[in-house]
Design a protein around this ligand. Structure first.
Ligand SMILES: *[C@@H]1O[C@H](CO)[C@@H](O)[C@H](O)[C@H]1NC(C)=O
Ligand SMILES: *[C@@H]1O[C@H](CO)[C@@H](O)[C@H](O)[C@H]1NC(C)=O
Ligand SMILES: *[C@@H]1O[C@H](CO)[C@@H](O)[C@H](O)[C@H]1NC(C)=O
Ligand SMILES: *[C@@H]1O[C@H](CO)[C@@H](O)[C@H](O)[C@H]1NC(C)=O
Ligand SMILES: *[C@@H]1O[C@H](CO)[C@@H](O)[C@H](O)[C@H]1NC(C)=O
Length: 358
């Protein structure tokens, strides 16, 4: 196998526009028959409150009621449900619901059956990457298939990328590895988008030993509320002034993991990574946190938003791949030309540089 030595970065822009709310017209879908075989009926919960709980997801954009919520106690229950649906003239919709972290209703089943996957309990066992999944093929006959990157790999990747629409994953094995204990976490602020994206592309082009462990970009708009939780309170004023002056500031986030006995070394590595980067002089901020605090950073934001009643709101989300050759146009046309010009609130707007050859 030849390896592509050329690095072709493209950027993944992720944005969440709070002002977009998509309304769906109720479609006519096949519905659950009123009489079901007893072995299935006893596991169906038709309590209006339970149904209503299963009628929304993280996205809060789609709201549809299932006819029932299925509470399986074994994988076999799920197989029976799917086989039954497929055996009747008009199969009903079946959707698997775990934590319902979908943004567009994928965990709902209009007039059908939502399978409450948490009833199967959680599995915490195994040793890095997903090596094997077992899942029930919804589209087909309800067969239980074991798949991995090597075995039944087509099914494996279809399920991984299938947004819950290809099959129901009933078991997954995830290999665990040692974790670092601490994290150097930096945010570098840019007012010049081309310097920002050049530096992002540079950082992801480094080989593994020198590279950052994590590189992200986010935009800060001159709109309340500015996300300040990362920055020292004493710098709040000058950051606000920068954002106000330019309307938009690009924050490059750079992370390096380390263990307690390698702090001196990680400080040198971070200094090397930052050397030569073209952020606005003096606008570099660093935090030192535990690995768990870093991994759990979104949860911290969630708690703040929950306390303000701003969590249970629509969460439209779009991922776009933009080729490197057009990323400057994207800044000019979308970030400046639309978001800034039309004074739109982009709640969370993330930009990642990516190597096309991984
Ligand atoms: C699914 O089951 C879990 C565990 O029994 C329960 O806590 C949760 O409320 C159920 N969710 C739905 C949508 O029925
Ligand atoms: C779902 O069912 C609940 C309880 O019956 C009801 O209050 C709610 O309006 C229904 N939602 C939709 C989208 O039909
Ligand atoms: C973890 O998996 C191994 C191999 O499948 C099994 O022998 C062991 O009992 C499992 N441990 C737990 C806690 O489930
Ligand atoms: C490979 O997939 C087949 C068919 O699902 C299954 O019977 C077999 O156990 C799998 N083998 C491994 C090593 O996972
Ligand atoms: C932009 O939107 C903010 C609210 O997010 C508002 O306070 C401000 O007046 C708007 N500016 C203009 C020029 O419309």
């Amino acid at each position: 196998m030849t390896q592509n030595k050329f690095i072709l970065p493209s950027a993944l822009a992720m944005l969440c526009l709070a002002s977009i709310v998509v309304l769906r017209q109720g479609q006519t879908t096949p519905s659950l028959p009123s009489q079901l075989p007893k072995y299935l009926a006893i596991k169906l919960n038709t309590n209006p409150e339970t149904i209503s709980q299963a009628s929304t997801d993280y996205g809060h954009i789609v709201h549809v009621n299932a006819s029932a919520v299925f509470e399986p106690t074994s994988v076999n229950d799920i197989i029976e449900l799917i086989k039954y649906s497929n055996s009747i003239k008009k199969p009903f919709t079946i959707a698997a619901r775990g934590q319902a972290h979908s943004a567009d209703g994928q965990a709902m089943a209009h007039n059908g059956v939502v399978v409450n996957m948490t009833h199967l309990g959680d599995f915490r066992n195994g040793s890095g990457i997903i090596v094997s999944d077992t899942y029930v093929d919804v589209g087909g006959k309800g067969d239980l298939i074991t798949c991995s990157a090597e075995n039944n790999s087509e099914a494996f990747y279809a399920v991984l990328g299938g947004l819950g629409q290809y099959g129901i994953i009933t078991r997954a094995r995830i290999t665990l590895g040692p974790t670092p204990s601490r994290v150097k976490w930096l945010r570098l602020l840019y007012t010049d988008f081309s310097a920002f994206s050049r530096d992002q592309e540079h950082l992801i082009s480094l080989d593994d030993t020198n590279a950052a462990d994590y590189v992200e970009g986010l935009i800060m708009l001159n709109k309340p509320p500015l996300q300040f939780s990362f920055f020292p309170a004493s710098d709040k004023q000058r950051i606000t002034s920068l954002v106000t002056e330019y309307g938009v500031v690009y924050a490059l986030e750079l992370v390096k993991y380390y263990s307690p006995n390698s702090e001196t070394m990680v400080e040198k590595e971070v200094a090397n990574l930052v050397k030569g980067l073209k952020f606005v002089p003096t606008f570099s901020f660093e935090k030192d946190v535990s690995y768990v605090e870093f991994l759990d950073r979104v949860h911290t934001d969630e708690l703040v938003l929950r306390s303000k009643g701003l969590w249970e709101v629509p969460h439209p989300w779009i991922n776009l791949f933009v080729p490197k050759s057009r990323i400057l146009d994207f800044n000019k046309g979308v970030i400046k030309g639309i978001i800034l010009k039309q004074n739109i609130s982009a709640e969370v707007f993330l930009i990642y540089a990516m190597n096309r050859n991984k």
